[in-house]
Design a protein around this ligand. Structure first.
Ligand SMILES: [Zn+2]
Length: 249
C-alpha cells in the first residue's frame, strides 16, 4: 500500500490496483480487484485502522471482472452501495460485460509473458462470472459527496462508460484502464494504453486520452502498474508515443 497524497492510498492486488480515499474514519473504495482479492481488499482497509463498514461507497472505473471482485461481498455483508457510469452500471447489472474474448486472450497468452499473466489471473478468479444487481449510476453530476470528493471524468473506449476520477484537492488522477503504467502482457513500464484487444472500442480509447490530458494533477494512479509521478499531459504524451509498442501486443 502506498500513500501517494494525503489520505489517498494505492493498493496492489493480483496484477490490478484499487484505491482508498480517507476522510477521518470514513473511506471511499475505488475499484475492488478480482474475486480472490476480496480478503486483500478488506486487509488493506484494516491496515488503515478502519473497518470495512467504514467504506461509504465503492466507485467503479469500469465494469470488468478484474475490478469488480469484492463488490458483492461488501454489499451483502456491509450494505455498501456501488456507483459507476450509467452505461457500465447497465452492463454490471446484466453481466453482459464488454471484455476481451477468451479467444483473444488465449491467442496472446501463448508466449512466456502471457502464460505467467494468465496463470495469475486464473488463480484470481478470471473464469468466475460476476453480475452486480445493485449497480447504480452516480447519484449526482460533478464532485461526489463521498470521502475524497472524487470527480468522475468520462473517458469511454476501454468500456462504453469508463470513468477516471479526479481528486482536485490531492492532485491525483485515478485513471482506471483508460491509461495504465504497466501490464502483465506489456514489455514496457510507464504511461501507456492497454493492448487494443482489451478495449471495447480501441479508437475511442485512444481518443479518450484527450479527456485526461489537461486535468490538473501531479500523480497518476492507474488500474494496472505502479503509481506515476507526473502530470496527465506528460503521461498522455508518453502513452501516445508508446502506442507503437502496445498496439502490437
Ligand atoms: Zn483492468
Amino acid at each position: 500500500m502506498q500513500e501517494i497524497a494525503d489520505d489517498v492510498f494505492c493498493v496492489e492486488g493480483t496484477a490490478v490496483n484499487w484505491a482508498l480515499l480517507r476522510d477521518g474514519a470514513a473511506l471511499t473504495l475505488i475499484d475492488a480487484g478480482w474475486s480472490k482479492d476480496t480478503a486483500r481488499v478488506e486487509a488493506s482497509i484494516r491496515e488503515l485502522g478502519c473497518h470495512p463498514r467504514d467504506v461509504q461507497a465503492i466507485l467503479l472505473t469500469h465494469a470488468h471482472i478484474d475490478h469488480m471482485g469484492a463488490i458483492n461481498h461488501f454489499h451483502q455483508r456491509y450494505g455498501t452501495p456501488v456507483f459507476m457510469s450509467a452505461a457500465d452500471a447497465e452492463h454490471a447489472r446484466s453481466g453482459d460485460l464488454e471484455q476481451a474474448s477468451p479467444v483473444d486472450i488465449v491467442r496472446r497468452c501463448l508466449r512466456p509473458r502471457g502464460l505467467r499473466w494468465t496463470a495469475r489471473i486464473l488463480g484470481a478468479g478470471a473464469l468466475t462470472p460476476i453480475t452486480i444487481g445493485h449497480a447504480q449510476p452516480y447519484p449526482q453530476t460533478g464532485p461526489l459527496d463521498l470521502p475524497g470528493t472524487p470527480v468522475p471524468v468520462a473517458c469511454s473506449g476501454h468500456t462504453s462508460g469508463h470513468s477516471a476520477f479526479h481528486l482536485p484537492s490531492s492532485g491525483v488522477l485515478i485513471t482506471g484502464d483508460a491509461l495504465v503504467t504497466g501490464h502483465g502482457l506489456s514489455p514496457i513500464a510507464g504511461p501507456q494504453l492497454l493492448p487494443p484487444f482489451f478495449a471495447h472500442r480501441p479508437d475511442e480509447a485512444e481518443a479518450a486520452l484527450s479527456a485526461l490530458a489537461d486535468i490538473d494533477a501531479e500523480w497518476i494512479l492507474p488500474g494496472h502498474g505502479a503509481p506515476w509521478h507526473g502530470t496527465p499531459t506528460a503521461a498522455v504524451e508518453l502513452a501516445r508515443r508508446n502506442a507503437s509498442v502496445t498496439d502490437r501486443i
